[in-house]
Design a protein around this ligand. Structure first.
Ligand SMILES: Cc1ncc(COP(=O)(O)O)c(C=O)c1O
Length: 372
C-alpha cells in the first residue's frame, strides 16, 4: 500500500459541507476583506493561545517581515538566525534591509545552539534574533534565549510557523513571546485553504504597528504613518481557519499518536524527541540516519510507494541565494550534518493503523506489526 508523505484531504466529517456553506454566505454578502471573520479569528487565536494580541496577515513569511518591521529592524541592522530553518527565515531579514548572521544548531534538539548564540551576540551585536521552533517542538533552552535577549537588548522574534499547538510547561509557546509568528500554509498543523499567517505579541505598541504595517502603514483610510504593504489576511482564509480550529486538538492528538507509534516501533533508529517540558504537535517526525545509508533507504521507500521528506536538505549558509547577503556564519557544521542525515516519514492527521504499519515495516522490516 502506498502512503503519501502528507495527505491534505483527511477532513473531519461535515467540515467540507460547513466550508461550502460558509463560502457561499461570504460570497453572497461580498465579505472578502476584513470584517467579522478576521476579527473573530484573531480573538479565537488569542483565546486558544493565551497571547495578548494576534494580528492576522497574508502568510508566515510576511508575519516575520511584519514582526521585524514592527520592532524597528531595518537597514544596517544585524539579525541572528539559526542555520537550520526554512528559507523564509533568511529571506525576511534581507527583505527588511537587515544583514543575516547564521548560528549553528545543537544536535540534541536540532534548534539554534544557545552557547553559540551568546557568542554571536557578543561578536555581532545584533539588533534582533529569530529563534525558529522547528519540527513541532522548540529549544530546550527557550527560557534562556528569552532571558538573555531581554537582558542584552536583543529583540527576540520567535518563528513559530511550525509550532501551532506546541506547549511548554502547559502553556502555548506563543503566549510568553515578545513577538512570535505562525504560518497557516495548508500543510501546517492548522492549515488554511490557501496562504495565511499571523503575528502574536505581548506588546501593545508592537500590535498597533503590526496592524498598520500590514495595511499599507495606514493611520486612517487615506493617511499613512509609514510605508507598509498589503498583507491582509483574506476573510475566506479566516473563515476556513475558524472552521478548523475546533478540530485542531483532535488533529494534533492523531498526529501525536502516530509519532508515539513510530517512536516505539522504530526504537532501533535514531528518532528525535522533544526536550523536557514540551508537548509536541506532531508536525514532523525526524529520524537521523547515517548519511551513507540514507540514499539506499530512500530508494527502498520510493520502490514501496512510501512518501518521505528531508526537512531541510540544505543549511541556510550553504544556499546560493545567501551568498550576497550572509554577513557571517557562527559555529560548526551541525546544520549541514542534519541536512545530510534527516529523514521524515509520512505524518498527517488521521493516519490509519495499516498506513502506520506500512511505514514501520518499510523503515524496519523486522519490527513487530503496529496495532492501534
Ligand atoms: C520555519 C518556517 N518559517 C516560515 C515559514 C513561512 O511560512 P509561509 O509559507 O506561510 O510564508 C515556514 C513555512 O513553511 C516555515 O516552516
Amino acid at each position: 500500500m502506498a502512503v503519501p508523505f502528507i495527505d491534505l484531504k483527511r477532513w473531519e466529517p461535515g467540515l467540507q459541507a460547513a466550508w461550502q456553506k460558509k463560502a457561499a454566505e461570504l460570497s453572497e454578502a461580498a465579505q472578502f476583506i476584513g470584517g467579522p471573520e478576521v476579527s473573530g479569528l484573531e480573538a479565537d487565536l488569542c483565546r486558544e493561545t493565551g497571547a495578548r494580541h494576534c494580528v492576522g496577515c497574508a502568510n508566515g513569511t510576511d508575519a516575520l517581515q511584519l514582526a521585524l518591521r514592527a520592532a524597528g529592524v531595518g537597514r544596517g541592522d544585524t539579525v541572528l538566525i539559526p542555520d537550520a530553518t526554512f528559507w523564509a527565515t533568511f529571506e525576511c531579514v534581507v527583505n527588511v534591509g537587515a544583514d543575516p548572521v547564521t548560528v549553528d544548531i545543537d544536535m540534541k534538539d536540532l534548534q539554534m545552539d544557545f552557547d553559540l548564540f551568546v557568542q554571536a551576540v557578543k561578536t555581532h551585536k545584533p539588533k534582533a534574533a529569530i529563534l525558529v521552533h522547528l519540527y513541532g517542538w522548540a529549544s530546550a533552552r527557550l527560557l534562556e534565549f528569552r532571558e538573555f535577549c531581554a537582558q542584552n537588548q536583543v529583540i527576540l522574534i520567535e518563528d513559530g510557523a511550525q509550532a501551532f499547538g506546541v506547549t511548554y510547561k502547559g502553556e502555548s509557546i506563543y503566549k510568553n513571546a515578545l513577538l512570535s509568528t505562525v504560518s497557516f500554509y495548508p500543510a501546517k498543523v492548522l492549515g488554511a485553504a490557501g496562504d495565511a499567517g499571523a503575528v502574536f505579541t505581548s506588546n501593545d505598541a508592537y500590535a498597533e504597528r503590526l496592524r498598520s504595517l500590514g495595511n499599507h502603514g495606514r493611520e486612517t483610510h487615506y493617511s499613512y504613518g509609514d510605508v507598509g504593504w498589503n498583507s491582509r489576511i483574506s476573510s475566506f482564509q479566516a473563515a476556513f481557519l475558524r472552521l478548523g480550529l475546533p478540530h485542531v486538538a483532535a488533529r494534533i492528538a492523531s498526529r501525536v499518536e502516530t509519532v508515539k507509534a513510530y517512536r516505539s516501533h522504530l526504537s532501533q533508529l535514531h528518532c528525535m524527541k522533544p526536550p523536557e517540558g514540551f508537548e509536541e504537535n506532531g508536525y514532523l517526525f525526524c529520524i537521523l540516519m547515517d548519511p551513507a545509508q540514507r540514499p539506499d533507504m530512500e530508494t527502498s521507500l520510493k520502490e514501496k510507494g512510501i512518501g518521505f521528506g528531508n526537512v531541510y536538505p540544505g543549511s541556510m549558509s550553504s544556499q546560493k541565494g545567501a551568498k550576497p547577503y550572509l554577513k557571517a556564519a557562527v559555529g560548526g557544521d551541525n546544520a549541514r550534518k542534519l541536512s545530510a542525515s534527516v529523514l521524515n516519514p509520512p505524518l498527517f492527521p488521521y493516519m490509519t493503523p495499516s498506513e502506520i504499519d506500512e511505514v514501520v515495516q518499510a523503515l524496519r522490516p523486522k519490527a513487530a506489526p503496529f496495532v492501534a
